[in-house]
Ligand binder design. Sequence first.
Ligand code: TXA
Ligand code: MG
Length: 295
Amino acid sequence: MTTIEKAVDLLRAGRLVAFPTETVYGLGANALDEDAVRRIFAAKGRPLSSPLIVHVDSIDMARELALKWPEAADALARQFWPGPLTIIVPKRPSVPNVVSAGLPGVGLRMPAHAMALALLKAVGLPLAAPSANRFTQLSPTTAQHVREGLGNAVDLILDGGPCAVGIESTVISLLGPTPRLLRAGMITQPAIEAVIGPVETGAGADSPGQHPKHYSPRTPVVLGDSPLSGRGIRLDFSNMPPDAAGYAEKLYRVLHQLDSENYDWIAIEPPPDTPEWAGIRDRLQRAAYRSSCAT
Ligand code: TXA
Ligand code: MG
């Protein structure tokens, strides 16, 4: 039996399988099986108020889960799928409410990773999958990160090597009259606007699960110069790639590594305030949240 076949059997039995995507590793379960989806929340220690992204193998599979498939969804999917863009559309009743945390929309994404797509095709089911880490912790970009973070809570981990994009997908909601960017990522606002016209940004009524302290290493993180005492480490452009894609690809791997080295703090040089860096800036701000309001 191949590993994919084993994964398919587990998923059909309502169990959890971690799998690689181009962004980060996901903790997957059959999105149509409510009990299986509940196991994801339990394994992550994630509150039920935080909705899950559903992974699909095609636009056709996406349309089967969407009550409405707006023209903008089609244009975005055609331009950016497979890829790091999650599109929120009205959900059909066949998608359990636990997946969307009771919200009217469901987030859909077709990942650009050969192993993820092979798994989706083989199982023939949509897979609900948040990042495969404990709630509020750093997302995993290697199979080893998943092992260290979730251990026995996951039934199988598919190893597809390090993730090429390195931070989570851009999330856009098409529920309101104007599209709204809920989470920045490596697909930028200008790239999206080139396809569907102006979008709104910032949290709206439809942006749950955007806990400010998300994506955090255990070590306190400071953006800019550290005012903290003790033994720290600086992450700046002398030791990180100068381009956003290279930086994102490396970021979580470096943070996981530094986090294991028991520093008192990690001080990170703020990246440029331009659209290509928006996703990275967002994750760094969330990583730094705890220390900036620490007591
Ligand atoms: O790149 C990614 O998006 C990765 C890989 C595994 O695909 N997944 C990921 O999932 O980052 P997660 O659960 O860690 O983040 C999902 C976020 C939620 O916290 C929420 O902000 C937004 O996506 N989201 C998902 N479904 C939503 C919905 N129905 N309505 C509003 N926001 C939603
Ligand atoms: Mg996450």
